[in-house]
Design a protein around this ligand. Sequence first.
Ligand code: ADP
Ligand code: ZN
Length: 755
Amino acid sequence: MAEQDTSMLLSDFLAGKARFAEVVVNRPVDKVFSYRIPARVVEQVRPGVRLRVPFGKTVTAGYCVGVSNVARRKKLRDVISVLDREPLADESMLQLTRWIADYYFCSWGEALDCAIPGGVKRGNLGRLVEFAAPAVSPADVPEIIKNIEKRSAKQAAALRALVEADREVASRRLAQKAGLSSTEPIKALAKKGILKLEKRRITSDPYQQTAVERTRPLKLTEEQQHAMNVITEELDGEKFGVALLHGVTGSGKTEIYLQAIDRVVAGGKQAIVLVPEIALTPQTVLRFRQRFDRVAVLHSMLSDAQRHAQWQDIRGGRAQVVIGPRSAVFAPVRSLGLIVIDEEHEPSFKQQNTPRYHARDVAIVRASMEGAYVILGSATPSLESYHNAVVRKYKLLELTKRVEKLPLPRVELIDMREEGRETKRFPLISRHLRDLVKDALSKKEQVMLFLNRRGFATYIDCPRCGLVMRCRRCDVTLTYHKKRDQLVCHYCNAKYPVPEKCPDCGYEKVRYFGIGTEKIEDVIAREFPDARLLRMDSDTMTTRTGHEQAFKQVASGEVDILLGTQMIAKGLHFPGITLVGVVLGDTALYIPDFRSAERTFQLLAQVSGRTGRGELGGRVVIQTFRKDHFSVRLAAKHDYATFARKELDFRHGLGYPPYSRLARFLVEGERDSGVRKKIAEIGNALKALKSKIRMRIVGPAPAPIAYIEGKARWHVLVMTPTSAGIRRLLADMRDRLKSSSSAKVTVDVDPIDML
Ligand code: ADP
Ligand code: ZN
């Protein structure tokens, strides 16, 4: 009996007929479920397709992640139906999402579901539209119209309208233009062979419509050539590897990406280029389309159908290059040769909901699985990447000069403490900056003013010396709690009294600081009433066209002062802008985050990079209360290397990443008591593991944003020497990390957002 069973299995196996499907679902349950495959669907069940399966008392769609001939349990339920004809994920995508689930502590189903675009899952292919085009030579048209007119005025009108349009026209549109109430006359013309009809899906992509002029690879500068030689050699090895291309703004990093991709494409492989969403400007896309015939652009404004079409194109091997934000890391390219991550330090590469993956790190893992190469590019690399380059895990390639000998702009720091002392006020715009703006405006030049929105409203600083109260142990900014009239460290929960006078300079009116963007906008409008002001930030630029329009307005000189948050102006460059002013350069320093100095340096360096590219040259003015802070001082000197050395020292001293791996546990809920109970439970579970796993626990403490929409928020941080430590402790604590109705638990591995 048993023997017969085995032989049956074997014959099924040989015939390619698996009997059981392994299924994962898009829910926070980290389990693989087994189902029996009924004979009627056995041909269609393959890893990567979705299956409808009974799930508890309901029915759900799940992803088939494997098939087998061995039942895991005795009593199994049947697969109900198969939802996809083709797998949505191939073997390597299954492997990659499995890694994401393990590493970022989510379920495999959640990771898979995130990797596949909604439009693909919904099978939205776009509308089918019928187009009409002439099928006869233009020379014959007048004669044909004359003949038709005798029998059908309607058909003649349709043909006339079509010839007038001088290109193909959607049938319905053509009927309208010809003043017809139906498309019947058009169909009649098609039957006679005078015009032809074709049904096509409408998946118009705004980028694909305009033809572009081709550009040829530029002759590289010496520095570029050196970097390119290294990359070429690496690419020719066809092995996994990572290079960090550290190049100042305008040093020609993009040209290197283009030539590296060229090499990959010439070898019949594809490349993925990840950019921060904000950098997906027409300018950026254009540069790629000028070099490659088939560029797929995956931006957030695509419709479901457009996205689906792009996805099919990529999977069919038709796209040579895929450009997109973080989710493009999952683009289903056939034969991956290279992944470029531009502005690799950008926080937007980290997803802020489940799965909380970091696209840079996923890209590196994917490349290692598929034997592809990775280029990380930035003017201000993240310290994690820089550290990896310093310890030779990555190749470090440096571009220290701008191309065509353009100098880096001169950066002036304006000490707002001194300004306050001298003017006996605390102005938002210093006299010097005001003079420079006036001067630029009088010369009909353009000005860009930056505000950093991510200022924190509740820290305490001294208006005279700029001192900000920080935790002695964690070196993050303390937050003022009004109710308790106390300063609290949002990392370790240490409490400090509010000082009566500044501990540094003795000034007696320390203040609760915070600046709102709108307020600054008012001040600027008042100071320069005649200037044409345009505000660009995430509130005003919610659509792609908004962005483009603003860009055009600035480029055509309709705007005198462009007011923006740092997030919007990064990818852009306007030759007409000769003055860049940073209203307050140190706001990022006060965020209770161990990366606050890094963020400050990045912001100031990026801002400085916006100018000095045109013929008019450019200057940068940074107003600051912290003129002596190393991040401010070194950014003004364009000295990344020294900054990185100092910052790495600081991180090393306190055991922060890159010298450790960090995980954050966040608990949120309606009632304080429930939240505190849960976070304490997590904190205690961590402590109990201390004897087994080397770790440092910080907290629990209220999260820097202690309440969101009335929900209390507490967090606890844990650092281990390697990521293996984090994985082990998460595995150990799995049961305690389940959310309940009173306490939602979020686990963030390698967190970027610490608020
Ligand atoms: P980055 O990406 O480092 O900010 P870009 O690639 O945008 O720099 O280069 C800045 C400008 O210099 C671009 O206009 C680019 O076309 C030009 N450029 C880059 N490399 C060269 C080169 N080798 N010769 C001439 N111009 C170059
Ligand atoms: Zn602390």
